[in-house]
Ligand binder design. Structure first.
Ligand code: MN
Ligand code: ZN
Length: 603
């Protein structure tokens, strides 16, 4: 196609504008000369461009395509070709010509030096840990026999037709509202006996696989273009593994874990998918509603049309809680968490008294011996304060931050008699109080710090109240620094000093091994007890402090005290501070196992 010089200049200008925006977001380096990497600058997931539609057009001009990547929610996407030459051919034919942009706009394309790291889509190469895929598990004869078995017209009872696909249940009905089954109401329709030959085969092929003959079957009927949203089969309702047979059509199934990994797994027609372990509990699976899939074939990406696909998903009911490690996808974990939150709400003050204040009083001396070195960034905050400033350290502990800047007025407060005694012995000015009600006039101090304190408060309301009290006593324009323990002790990819102190953790890791959940429910307490120096499994928990009982003798038996903690998720602290009026979060960061914010009282 011939484009006039004027139109071409116009397109070049538009591309330049797009490049500026993309470079801001991605730090991508564009290239004037052809490279094998191409950015589509004005079309992507957010403009409604479908990968398959783009590929169909690209493959009309190129005999091969190495990779394609659509970043989520963005108005651009990437292509990688085998050579700069092929990329140039495609760009010459499509740039400023192909009407695949929003509302039929032409595509704007540009070369770049390299693609972002996440742009390395696998397309069927890798699978999640624990996933087994058995190709050709059933032959064509059994395939059609199974498909014929399902009488889709038989009963059109409520629930058999979902909005986006047809389903049918055997053994027990799967209830989509609760993602559960009613185990007291088995269906008359049992799993067809023809399936039994498959269990024989499975036993033979995988003699060591731990599985149970299923008692529940869901058959799904997918027209091309239909899919199933990402989900995890309810942990506490079905045993491991989940087994699923694909009939009638190949399809790409999308697996995603909580770390953001996304794998496209190609499920060929007549294959058996066995999801065990991590792939069953720690990854969601789903099928994107579309008519074509992108698949890798002979080192090139290509598109494959979907046909009518029928899946047979076999499951074995189980009764009782799940004990997996994948808390964010686990219904048992979530139910326990909700239950604990309710109990904490009712008993907050009691938990803080028993598992915070009383504990610190007992361990004060020992605690003092273990807390010498200040955190460098807290020290830097204190040293940045103007001479003559009044500083209030809320929850000052043994006073380790009260002597770092002698040009300011250092005041500390704490609830623990034991710790206050340590402070007065060291000559610091301290008062005893609860951080929920500070005995200071409003707008009376220039700066506040609260280091590792509010994670000892048992409800969000109380944690907010503590921050609101700091905000109240600050003068307008005054600043505060708050540190709380992070649930993720490796958020900056370095181990926090907390984890480093675990000798086990310093040993090299074995492969992809998942760490054992060492947190367990104690019969007597409402909270799980944490195993020291390991990653946190829960947000509200008790952390042991071991101490030789001084009241007995130096050689006496070790006594374990349990301290209550609420460990914070990423963003949780900022978001909480954001809900408090009169303050502005100026900075937030991760520092050696803590989430931290600096906020300012609005003038
Ligand atoms: Mn499923
Ligand atoms: Zn679970």
């Amino acid at each position: 196609m011939n484009i006039s010089k004027n139109a071409e200049r116009k397109i070049q200008r538009k591309i330049k504008r797009c490049q500026v925006l993309i470079a801001k977001e991605t730090k991508l380096q564009f290239s004037e000369v052809p490279t094998e990497n191409v950015v589509i600058c004005n079309a992507g997931l957010s403009t409604g461009l479908q990968q398959e539609v783009l590929l169909e057009e690209v493959l009309r001009h190129a005999h091969s395509l190495e990779n394609v990547f659509f970043p989520p929610g963005k108005s651009y996407c990437y292509l990688r070709f085998e050579s700069a030459e092929i990329a140039r051919t495609v760009c010459e034919r499509m740039n400023g010509v192909a009407p695949l942009g929003q509302d039929g706009c032409v595509l704007l394309m540009s070369y770049c030096i390299s693609l972002p790291e996440k742009g390395n889509n696998t397309f069927g190469g890798r699978t999640p840990p624990g996933l087994i895929l058995v190709p050709d598990f059933v032959n064509e004869k059994l395939e059609s026999a199974l498909q014929d078995l399902v009488d889709w017209e038989e009963d059109m009872e409520i629930g058999s037709n979902l909005k986006h696909r047809r389903v049918k249940h055997y053994g027990y009905e799967f209830l989509y509202g609760t993602n559960n089954v009613d185990r007291n109401k088995p269906l008359d329709r049992k799993i067809p006996s023809i399936c039994e030959s498959m269990w024989e085969k499975l036993r033979h092929m995988y003699p060591t696989l731990d599985w149970h003959v299923p008692d529940q079957l869901t058959v799904n009927y997918y027209e091309p273009g239909q899919g199933i949203p990402p989900h995890v089969d309810t942990h506490s309702v079905f045993k491991d593994p989940i087994i699923s047979l694909s009939l009638g059509s190949d399809v790409i199934m999308d697996f995603r874990d909580v770390k953001g990994n996304h794998l496209n797994v190609d499920l060929p027609r007549r294959s058996l998918l066995i999801m065990t372990g991590e792939s069953r509990y720690g990854w969601t699976h789903g099928i994107t509603p579309r008519k074509m899939d992108t698949v890798r074939c002979n080192n090139s990406l290509t598109i494959r049309k979907r046909k009518i696909r029928v899946s047979f998903t076999f499951r074995k009911l189980q009764d009782g809680p799940c004990h997996c490690q994948f808390s964010s996808l686990c219904d048992t974990h979530q139910r326990d968490t909700e239950h604990r939150k309710d109990l904490l709400k009712e008993n907050a003050a009691q938990v803080e008294l028993e598992n915070v204040h009383n504990v610190y009083n007992h361990i004060a001396k020992h605690f003092n011996k273990t807390r010498h070195s200040p955190w460098p960034r807290v020290e830097a905050f204190l040293k940045s304060l103007e001479p003559g400033c009044i500083l209030l350290d809320v929850g000052c502990g043994n006073g380790k931050y009260l002597g770092l800047n002698s040009s300011i007025v250092n005041l500390g407060c704490d609830r623990s008699d034991g710790l206050l005694k340590v402070c007065t012995d060291r000559g610091f000015s301290v008062v005893q109080c609860d951080c929920l009600a500070l005995p200071f006039r409003s707008a009376s101090v220039d700066a506040c710090i609260s280091i590792a304190v509010i994670h000892h408060l048992a409800t969000e309301t109380r944690r907010m109240q503590a921050v609101a009290e700091m905000a109240r006593v600050l003068r307008p324009g005054g600043r505060a620094l708050v540190y709380v323990w992070a649930k993720n002790q490796e958020a900056d990819e370095k181990k926090s000093s907390y984890l480093r102190q675990n000798k086990q953790n310093n040993k090299p890791r074995k492969g992809n091994k998942i760490e054992k959940d060492t947190t367990e429910m104690d019969g007597e307490t409402i909270l799980p007890i944490h195993t020291n120096r390991t990653q946190f499994q829960h947000q509200d928990l008790l952390v042991p402090w071991k101490l030789r009982n001084v009241e007995c003798s130096e050689a006496g038996p070790k006594v374990t005290f349990l301290r209550y903690y609420h460990v914070f998720n990423e963003h949780e602290l900022q978001e909480m501070c954001g809900k408090i009026g009169e303050i502005l979060v100026e900075d937030s960061y991760y520092d050696q196992g803590n989430w931290c914010v600096v906020f300012k009282k609005i003038a």
